[in-house]
Write a protein that binds this ligand. Sequence first.
Ligand code: CTP
Length: 414
Amino acid sequence: MPETSNLSGQHILLGISGGIAAYKTPILVRRLVEAGASVQVVMTANAHQFVTATSLQAVSGNPVRDDLWDAAAEAAMGHIELARWADQILIAPATASMIARLATGEASDLLSTLCLASPAPVSVAPAMNQQMYQHPAVQRNLASLEADGYRIIGPDSGDQACGDQGPGRMTEPEDLLSALAQHPLSGDDAGSLTGCTVMVTTGPTREAIDPVRYISNHSSGLQGLAIAESARRAGATVILIAGPGVPSAHWQIERRDVTTAQEMYEEVHNSLPAADIFIGVAAVADYRPANSEAQKIKRHRHADSDMKLALVENPDIIASVVQSGQVKVVVGFAAETNDTLNNAREKRARKGLDAIVVNDVSDRSIGFNSTNNAVTLIHEHGEVAFGTQPKTVIADQLIRELTPIFTAKTAQKL
Ligand code: CTP
């Protein structure tokens, strides 16, 4: 069972849009109510095709709303009042159409209007066919929502109601509950990093071999992006140094885009005097080609012998941050394929880090290119493991766990 005590007394507005996963929502409402939350349900017109308002009313104990123009419902609690009532909004399932409406800021139905009118944090649990989920338009809309501060939970990957296999299954009710319970703005964490400047590096770097080829790795940058976002929600000023391909970040996050390790090193050191905390999530290429060719290397140049690529070492950015002594806390990440914990403990000591977060990338269903992760945080006072969960939830948990260290060290050295 997830830890859900934070939900007790919270007002949760559950928005249901028209996808097959809506059949799971009465269970979700039931679990929220059992955790002590008050739940109001808002359905879109299409959601009625998959679940009945009668069931949702029975489990929530409140009338279900679906119409912006329902005079009786408006008289009981106007939609602006309902928007203000919510401590958190969860849209589950969020269909491609719902996501598109939210991304464009439409107020064409009650649910999209409430999302615009509410100051509460909004979490969105996408659910749709895997082909739809992977469509660039849907991905673009999800990236816009993240940039606007919405939290995306899931989706899970696996068997789909339509018979397909892949990403697009709505996150299970238990995991949604746990994500809501861990939202930084729902607990005591809001404002816990106010006054701190946190610098985060994320994504891969690309080291050019010639104008068309490069050395890189599988990093998506999503975990670092989620950490930057959690730190921002906890009140920090955030500087994000992002490698290529990292989706857009919230407008309040100061973002610098870089391509190579050398550029990342320079951007980090340019902004380091402003930072109190450094979190290195980037998968920095340790080596780069000794000479990046100005013209495309032709195959025939090496036709009679194997091609050999001479490499030179890139700077170790995080180690240079530690050595500079300019920040008060340095947290590293380690992606390992074997002897995970021992390698990470050794790396933390070798690089002089306050803490290191390690994940086992030999399991390809999590970590690289996945929205889920499972990590262990190792710091001077102990080790904490966080099981497989959305990267956004892991980020919230890491920021919460690290905050006492941040607070102690930043206060100590002021
Ligand atoms: N890191 C960095 N600069 C580098 C390499 C790594 O800042 N040139 C940071 C990463 O952002 C991460 C930590 O160091 O926070 C560990 O990264 P990893 O690649 O696991 O470390 P390496 O020193 O490259 O160790 P390995 O021998 O396992 O490659």
